[in-house]
Ligand binder design. Sequence first.
Ligand SMILES: Nc1ncnc2c1ncn2[C@@H]1O[C@H](COP(=O)(O)OP(=O)(O)OP(=O)(O)O)[C@@H](O)[C@H]1O
Length: 265
Amino acid sequence: MLSLNNIHVTFNAGTPTEVRALSDINLKIADGEFVTVIGSNGAGKSTLLSVVVGTVKPERGSVHLDGEDVTAWSPHRRAMHVGRVFQEPRLGTCSSLSIEENLALAAARGKSRGLKGALGTRQNRKWLADQVAKLEIGLEDRMTQPVGTLSGGQRQAISLLMATLLPMKILVLDEHTAALDPGAAAKVLALSTEIAETRKLTTLMVTHSMRDALAVGHRTIMMDSGRIVLDFTEEERAKLTVQDLSSLFGRAIGKQLDDDKMMLA
Ligand SMILES: Nc1ncnc2c1ncn2[C@@H]1O[C@H](COP(=O)(O)OP(=O)(O)OP(=O)(O)O)[C@@H](O)[C@H]1O
């Protein structure tokens, strides 16, 4: 169980540029549950993910993982349990390194051995190629090719594999298909749900697509101005259309949603 309790985050506190990014966030996510997160621009969605990953420390509140208080854990320590994929494929991978070198770095996470150690044996290399083969996008025969030469979708699939390569519990997807063309986005989204399901990962996925927010995973939360304003179970959201979701969101925040991208995506 991932549990966020009474989380408050303010950026630039006490300065003229102070921003309250999260206010009193309480969220419990069961093991293996896949939650989609949608909301207005600047609602605090990415900040919420950063609190889970540990790159943003809340000024108040706590984060618990399986009952253990991990609030003070560094992002490095949390990385043994939490994997994140960003919107921008370049952020998750190193362009000048090959596919297998990128994966070896992910495999070496938290261990003292370096890149050479992780790639060390033929057996290790074979294991990495086997993991790539499971993506079924034909990259297992191109393991020594620099990642910078791959398409955005291929690169994001490698980022996804890197984030989930080692045993871990929580997958955090931050609009990870937004920079891809529609075909690649659909493929990466399908891979994400498949990995989350087979590995029984607790997953948080931020999206700007209401359609994806309703169709993917098990539960949908909507955020506005640093708060969770709506939270739908699988059963509840099964009855909702994109139009319903937009109306309910408008009612909850007291104004009409003006983000056409969210409605149409
Ligand atoms: N490092 C930071 N320093 C100062 N302000 C920040 C920082 N990160 C986020 N903010 C502000 O906090 C608020 C929440 O930002 P956040 O990125 O979490 O929203 P979001 O819902 O992910 O937005 P979007 O959908 O536009 O990406 C915004 O007002 C943003 O400008």
